[in-house]
Design a protein around this ligand. Structure first.
Ligand SMILES: Nc1ncnc2c1ncn2[C@@H]1O[C@H](COP(=O)(O)OP(=O)(O)O)[C@@H](O)[C@H]1O
Ligand SMILES: [Mg+2]
Length: 260
């Protein structure tokens, strides 16, 4: 099982879209995939048609009772091989509780390691805040994927996220490889192409040498979760996500070789 955290401390950079597109791509290639929504805004959960009221069962249950089996909160999706765990709005209160409840930092690591061999990939859609939920995801992750917009302000967010990853890596004493996925890219603007170049110069081979284009026509969560025929990726952004997944899987095999 491989665990990917999709994270960026900035909102609106394409985290949820990336989680869905990569998860869907992996499932279409035959892997058993579990997406876990860690954002109290629950965009991923809503994308699968689960309402926030009344609160669905989901991630919060794994914190409320650490002996909860992951399988009890997993829901199937319309996409074959793709399941998900819903987020509840009340996840926002977790950060406050964490101070009084020690050991919560590994709640998700423990839950997924107890799930055994049920999944080939677990993908965390992280909230845009550096709190207990993101720390849980980064502690459990084998690979951190940072979607980032190609605009000057986003560079600060990217640097902040990389510093967070370094901090987590030191505390867990296990490498946390980072891949940067430029998203919402407009190659017709000078700012877009310049920022992409700066990003690649500053972060080197960690950055994908391509970008997910801005493609409002098809890149809605609704379009992503539609049950499109297997192998079909309608539109520019989705075909870019397919190339991004090829690159991520190549990166993974290199990492595994290095670790062997
Ligand atoms: N490649 C893209 N082209 C156009 N719109 C996109 C693209 N990726 C994401 N979006 C849209 O941008 C908004 C923010 O994306 P989202 O994935 O929800 O970001 P985050 O999870 O980081 O907040 C959403 O409305 C989403 O549909
Ligand atoms: Mg999101």
């Amino acid at each position: 099982m491989r665990v990917w955290a999709i994270a960026n401390q900035k909102g609106g950079v394409g985290k949820t879209t990336t989680t869905l597109a990569l998860g869907r791509g992996l499932a279409m290639r035959g892997s058993r995939v579990l997406l876990i929504d860690l954002d109290p805004h629950a965009s991923l959960t809503r994308a699968f048609g689960v309402a926030s009221e009344p609160p669905p069962s989901g991630v919060l249950n794994l914190f409320d009772d650490p002996s909860t089996e992951l399988a009890r909160v997993v829901r199937p999706s319309e996409i074959e091989h793709l399941s998900f765990v819903a987020a509840q709005t009340a996840l926002a209160t977790l950060e406050r509780r964490s101070a009084t409840q020690p050991g919560l930092g590994l709640a998700l690591s423990n839950a997924i390691s107890r799930s055994g061999t049920a999944y080939d990939y677990v993908l965390f859609d992280c909230p845009p805040t550096l709190g207990l939920l993101m720390v849980n995801a980064l502690a459990a992750a084998d690979h951190l994927i940072i979607p980032t917009q190609t605009e000057p302000l986003a560079l600060h967010g990217l640097n902040g996220m990389c510093r967070t990853a370094d901090m987590i890596e030191r505390s867990r004493r296990r490498p946390l490889p980072v891949s940067v996925l430029p998203t919402l890219h407009d190659r017709r603007t000078r700012t877009g192409t310049d920022t992409l170049k700066t990003m690649q110069n500053q972060h080197g081979a960690r950055v994908w040498n391509d970008a997910i284009p801005n493609d409002t026509r098809i890149c809605t969560v609704e379009a992503l979760t539609e049950t499109a025929p297997v192998g079909q990726y309608p539109g520019r952004a989705l075909s870019a996500y397919r190339r991004a997944l090829d690159w991520l899987l190549d990166t993974e095999s290199r990492l595994m070789e290095q670790a062997a």
